[in-house]
Design a protein. Structure first.
Length: 53
């Protein structure tokens, strides 16, 4: 239990920080997902024409 009541400025700052944090986390998840899709795609590899020699 806190001794002092939280100021309204702290509540607004917490809300803003939470929004920025969630936006940053969503951006990181999107970039990570795109990276996984790009790496695991079927185009990632050596073309079969190089093995026909």
């Amino acid at each position: 239990m806190s001794l002092r009541k939280s100021h309204e400025l702290h509540q607004r700052r917490f809300g803003r920080n939470l929004g920025v944090g969630l936006t940053l986390a969503a951006f990181i998840v999107i970039i990570f997902g795109l990276t996984i899709v790009k790496v695991s795609g079927s185009d990632f590899g050596v073309p079969s024409e190089e093995f026909q020699n």
